[in-house]
Design a protein around this ligand. Structure first.
Ligand SMILES: Cc1ncc(COP(=O)(O)O)c(C=O)c1O
Length: 375
């Protein structure tokens, strides 16, 4: 169930914004912050947006804006819900936080927990990339790498959380965490204001992020921060696309397979399918899926044409926009914001698969010149 705010709270927001620091807590009228709660110290939210005209020309849209969520303290959008989780865990007196994650929810939770000295227990699936595991370990989390996919890992975590007096961060069972995710929508709306793009593109695994972002933009619209509600494009990978299939075939959602290079959205059993589908329907949005080849190609393309390095699940937003333009869903005279949900350093293996390695050379001038002649 969603947290709903009164009209008074919504209307109180805008006049207060000018005086506040640029981080996620600036939307506090619309956040579930208990009286006297301590906020975790890491700078969360306040990520930059960039106009990307060369990328827009390549993708076929009139204008493209990137919101670089890879600039969060643990380098993904998940820092927002994790900051919320740690704030609420501290307020409730919990002794430990727990979550299951494809990687980013986990690394962000570990970072924010470490920032306040709260122990964390994390369950990750076998295929979680090494850099994300490294983050967990350096932040001191107790990490269980489960010999299974994300879907089974999630169930296992839920079973353990039932047995223990821990604070469960999993968004689909903890409605307050979506309130953290929605701040990306509020923030994008505040940054773009009257220049809000026609479309906002988000990639989807469990569905919590897209539902949260839409809620944030709806609240921003109600608060007068944007003149209209943008359409939202939900993007999944071809190998893990149960929501795209349900929406585009006009049938009820059912779990499907999960196999894609984009580990963060490799989810067959979405935990928040209905909210995600409803959110996209409410704003007259659309769904597309993209192949692993398109996702991998989008990593260097986005980097080269904008300077932003995205992990596969974030680059998929760019691939999704290209696909939506080709399908006539997004018109060439329309604009789009891409939510770059995680930094490319999270999965350097995938990036190197896309671009190949460097040119190996002996440490002599001759050797370099010989190679340069070849070019
Ligand atoms: C980088 C990135 N993008 C997109 C998503 C999708 O979010 P959700 O699972 O809430 O749909 C995730 C989730 O882990 C993620 O880490």
């Amino acid at each position: 169930m969603d947290v709903v705010y009164t009209d008074d709270c919504v209307q109180a927001l805008a006049p207060n914004l000018a005086a506040r620091p640029f981080n996620m807590w600036r939307y506090r009228e619309l956040l579930p912050i208990p009286q006297g709660a301590e906020l975790p110290p890491l700078q969360t939210g306040g990520t930059p947006i960039y106009e990307a005209p060369r990328l827009a020309a390549r993708l076929g849209a009139s204008r493209v804006v990137l919101k670089d969520e890879g600039r969060g303290p643990s380098a993904s959008l998940k820092d927002r819900p994790s900051a919320m989780a740690v704030m609420l865990a501290m307020a409730s007196g919990a002794q430990r936080v727990v979550c299951a994650s494809t990687g980013n929810a986990a690394s962000s939770l570990a970072a924010h927990a470490a920032s306040v000295g709260l122990p964390a227990t994390i369950f990750v699936p076998k295929r979680a990339p090494e850099p994300k595991i490294a983050q967990l370990r350096v932040f001191g989390a107790e990490v269980f790498r489960v010999d299974a996919d994300y879907d089974r890992t999630w169930d296992l975590c839920a079973e353990i959380a039932e047995e223990m007096p821990w604070f469960n961060r999993n968004c689909a069972v903890n409605p307050y965490l979506v309130e953290g995710k929605k701040t990306v929508g509020l923030e994008l709306a505040e940054q773009l204001g009257d220049e809000m793009t026609d479309w906002v593109v988000l990639t989807v695994g469990d569905g919590c992020t897209i539902a949260g972002a839409v809620k944030g933009m709806e609240e921003a619209h109600a608060a007068g921060l944007i003149p209209f509600m943008p359409k939202v494009l939900g993007v999944q990978a071809d190998g893990a696309a149960p929501l795209v299939e349900a929406a585009n075939q006009g049938r009820a959602w059912r779990p499907g397979r999960a196999h894609t290079v984009a580990d963060s959205i490799s989810v067959g059993h979405a935990r928040n399918p209905h909210k995600a589908l409803q959110a996209v329907t409410r704003c007259n949005g659309a769904w597309v899926s993209v192949s692993d080849e398109e996702i991998l190609a989008a990593i260097p393309q986005t980097a080269l044409l904008s300077g932003v390095f995205a992990e596969p699940a974030a680059a998929a937003a760019s691939a999704g926009l290209a696909r939506a333009v080709k399908m006539g869903i997004v018109a060439p005279d329309q604009s789009a914001s891409l939510i770059v949900s995680g930094n490319g350093l999270k999965d350097t293996g995938a990036a190197l698969r896309a671009v190949g390695g460097p040119i190996d050379v002996a440490p002599t001038t001759d050797a370099v010149l010989k190679l340069l002649e070849r070019v």
